[in-house]
Design a protein around this ligand. Structure first.
Ligand SMILES: Cc1cc2nc3c(=O)[nH]c(=O)nc-3n(C[C@H](O)[C@H](O)[C@H](O)COP(=O)(O)O)c2cc1C
Length: 299
């Protein structure tokens, strides 16, 4: 197959890189030319993170302020398919992902080109994707597919384990008690099936029906409780980011945000979800179904 595919992404721990590798393997095996471009920030984000460095990126993530990347270039002037790998940071595209999207050369090559977005998130990627959609549209890229790999454990569990992973830089079990953080090895391996399913679409150059196929294969999980939490949290994050980005001295505000996040997740969210489950959710099944369909689609 003489098709040209570009996969462009940032990955801090290498998890997203593994996902991209598995997704693109069937393309490589079919004879397509696959150019993988992992970008690196000019100044690497700390890994392991400290509490301070972790929360300090929140305002720029939420406000979608691009950063600086080490020099990179594309080998071709155009591609038959672009795979854009991104990760969510604070319910927004990570700063390096956002920087790729703002890069004039990327914007030029993505014009009129089919794009598949793929993420390896904890479990909250909907709002980040909602921010990516209009940016892709603004460069006349054609979003034809979206795949989301997540940590499938309970929201509380994955919250604890991701902090262990991020603050120790070890994708290992915390206290030998908690599960391995992040996207499971099995789900990462399974990404190869999604790549395999994409082959006939790439061959034909017609992506009609691809996203429906991904939904059928379980490649875009949308869970009601997480969708509900994100819909509230993204508005509140925006307010926090607006306030904090205006401050010269941010430390105390970032600490306040950290405690807000803990209280919101572990105390407020369960209460609000319980109230919602009793008084609202049972009467909104049609609306919830439409919302789920919307988030798992690409329109
Ligand atoms: C600063 C920061 C914020 C994050 N915020 C979110 C988030 O809002 N939602 C989510 O699902 N995952 C979040 N994650 C997890 C990432 O999306 C991603 O799964 C993890 O960082 C591994 O990606 P990697 O391939 O870059 O190592 C966050 C991670 C970092 C470092």
């Amino acid at each position: 197959m003489g098709k040209k595919v570009l996969a462009v992404y940032y990955s801090q721990s290498g998890q997203l890189e593994q996902i991209i590798d598995h997704f693109t393997l069937p393309f490589v095996q079919s004879g397509a030319t696959v150019e993988k471009l992992r970008v690196y920030p000019e100044r690497a984000y700390p890994f392991p993170w400290t509490g301070r460095s972790f929360f300090s990126v929140m305002p720029d993530c939420v406000n979608q302020v691009p950063g600086k990347l080490q020099p990179f270039s594309f080998k071709e002037s155009g591609y038959d398919l672009i795979i854009f790998g991104y990760q969510a940071w604070f319910l927004s595209p990570s700063i390096p992902s956002n920087t790729i999207l703002m890069d004039p050369r990327f914007r030029e090559i993505a014009k009129d080109t089919p794009v598949i977005t793929i993420t390896g998130a904890r479990n909250m990627w909907l709002s980040a994707m909602e921010k990516i959609k209009p940016v892709l549209k603004s460069m006349d890229a054609r979003l034809v597919g979206n795949i989301a790999l997540v940590d499938r454990h309970h929201n509380f569990i994955s919250f604890v384990t991701i902090f262990y992973w991020m603050f120790k830089a070890k994708k290992e079990r915390f206290l030998n008690l908690f599960p391995v953080p992040g996207v499971s090895e099995q789900d990462i391996l399974n990404t190869g099936h999604y790549g395999q399913a994409a082959l006939p679409f790439l061959e034909k150059g017609n992506w009609q029906g691809f996203q429906e196929e991904m939904v059928k294969q379980g490649a875009v999980p949308v869970k009601y409780s997480l969708m509900f939490i994100e819909s509230k949290a993204r508005k509140i994050f925006k307010v926090w980011a607006g306030i904090i980005s205006k401050r010269k001295k941010r430390d105390a505000w970032l600490v306040a945000f950290k405690y807000y996040l803990l209280i919101a997740l572990f105390i407020a969210a369960p209460i609000i979800l319980t109230v919602d489950a009793i008084f609202f959710k049972p009467f909104l099944s049609g609306r919830i179904k439409r919302q789920k369909q919307y988030y798992s689609g690409v329109n």
